[in-house]
Design a protein around this ligand. Sequence first.
Ligand SMILES: Cc1ncc(COP(=O)(O)O)c(C=O)c1O
Length: 476
Amino acid sequence: MSTSLLKKAYDSSLFKKEGTDLVNQISQYLSDTTFGKSEKVITWTTPEDEYHFWKEYISDTHTTSDFFKTVIARSIHTHHPKYIGHQVAPTVPVSALATLLSAQLNNGMAVYEMGAASTALERLIIEQFAKVIGFENGDGFLTSGGTLANLTALLAARRVMAKDDVWNEGHSSKLAIMVSEEAHYCVDRAARIMGLGSDGIIKVPVDDTYKMRTELLDSYYDSVVEKGYEVIAIVGSAPSTSTGVYDDLEEIYAFAKAKKVWFHIDAAHGGAAIFSPKYKHLLNGADKADSIIIDGHKMMGTSALATAVVFKESTASYATFEQKAQYLWEKNEDADWFNLAKRTFECTKSMMSLRFYAIINAYGVQFFDDFVTTLYDAGKEFGDLVKQQEDFEIALDPVSNIVCFRYKTSTGDINLVNQSIRKALLEDGEFYIVGTSLRGEFYLRTTFMNPFTTRTHSLRLLNLIREVAKALISVS
Ligand SMILES: Cc1ncc(COP(=O)(O)O)c(C=O)c1O
């Protein structure tokens, strides 16, 4: 017999009341942040202070409304136009609503009957990606984030390319992958998870513009093969995370074809540019890749996590895993597209396709073009603005919405001064920007993620950095 507590927990009118209150709170959050009404992007607390705050908070009882309100107040506000930090999209509200629906329906997605609508929509979104990329026989699935997506694609590469059947018999040969030294760390991590070790990850240097030096590929390949390695894949970054620079995908393809290695593209950040007539040229050559991954929660406005793994050949999308799970499906050999756990790392996963389709349903795929094009334009405009300032220097001309720059100073160590600026900005909370190290030098790093960030915000950021720098220098 169900208890009164259970009845209360599942009460639909309580849900309506608390849900309406939450929607009102989120609506207020959106109106406070989106056009910059609220003063701060982040209210900084140290990790210890935050832990103690919540420890005390949970020792008392609070309404659901108060709990949600407190979480909003104590979280970073990605919808604020002064949020120009890490590559996480300010979720399009309709995508957040789809995520709420997914969370409440909790369809498990491992097999068709555990998510009929979302499974069919997942196939449709992958078909949409395959079409714009230019894969005639493309196929794939959605998975939980770019990190897992890269690992999944590289496991497929190993399954298809390696002479050994590593999946069933373990390693006997030495395998390697090639990647730019500027690639996201998750590619290195994927290779290590696959047992390639540090010697199996061949990091190719970048040129002055931070692109992989493709003229070095042959010599790097020869020397690794001489050491007894079998190169299974090369990974292009589209773009790499620190600088936002796209590798030359056509050149990488030419190498991959000549050496018969798998060509994978990590387009977690910039794959969405394929929807932008203005910027899709950055992805020239993507149609020749064997696999490509694109994050929805970066440059497509979906809530996290939602990543597409798209393969040029449908059969390859089934290559990664081969396991029997009698309780889920009877025969592993069947390439049944609708039993998604055969192809994804996850067994249970969320109904990610809803996050994309809620946007497409409401605004069409045109939304993705508007989003990416606006943000890439903003990055370039900010780059031009920085170059006009005598007391700032830019690390490189931006090609996307990622801009690395720093305050110039003749007083003190330029790296330490800029590190202190970044820390002071974080603690101040008016803006959120991050930092990165390029060739051993520290730079401030902005990623324009909010389509409502304007030149006025950018000018204010530069002035704030000046004020902070002067204050720092005067006390040192
Ligand atoms: C190029 C690139 N690849 C992969 C990732 C990891 O993606 P996720 O955070 O979705 O796991 C990132 C994250 O910033 C990235 O920039």
